[in-house]
Design a protein around this ligand. Structure first.
Ligand code: MN
Length: 131
């Protein structure tokens, strides 16, 4: 079962996204602030993280930095959800360790699609076939 950590401070958005993800068969842990996100990443061990950027305690960029610094969590993909989806911000998201981002409001289908993209195993270079 694929585990998704949802970090979103808006309760309605958090519940809708949790509902949609669970309906798709994902196991979801949902929290509402940046410090809880770091704690949950350590204890829940998600396969992918959906991270709001504007959050109480520490913002989504700082939470992502802290998560990526935890042993064993550096490779967990992070999908940032941001109201500030301007081109100049992408470098900041990438620098913090975010792997992809979506502008808010993001439809649940868009989030699901982005999650699937992030979970696709990296393509390996073709191996020579037997002659
Ligand atoms: Mn927010």
């Amino acid at each position: 079962m694929t585990r998704v950590l949802v970090v979103e401070d808006n309760a309605d958005s958090r519940e809708i996204l949790t509902f949609e993800l669970e309906a798709e068969g994902y196991v979801v842990c949902a929290v509402g602030d940046g410090l809880r996100a770091v704690e949950a990443a350590v204890s829940f061990r998600p396969d992918v993280i959906v991270m709001d950027i504007s959050l109480p305690t520490v913002d989504g960029l700082e939470a992502t930095r802290r998560i990526k610094a935890e042993p064993g969590l550096a490779s967990v993909p992070v999908l940032a959800l941001t109201a500030h989806a301007m081109t100049e911000d992408e470098a900041r998201f990438r620098a913090a360790g975010c792997d992809a981002y979506l502008a808010k409001p993001a439809a649940p289908e868009a989030v699901l699609h982005a999650i699937r993209q992030l979970l696709v195993p990296p393509t390996t270079s073709p191996t020579p076939s037997d002659a």
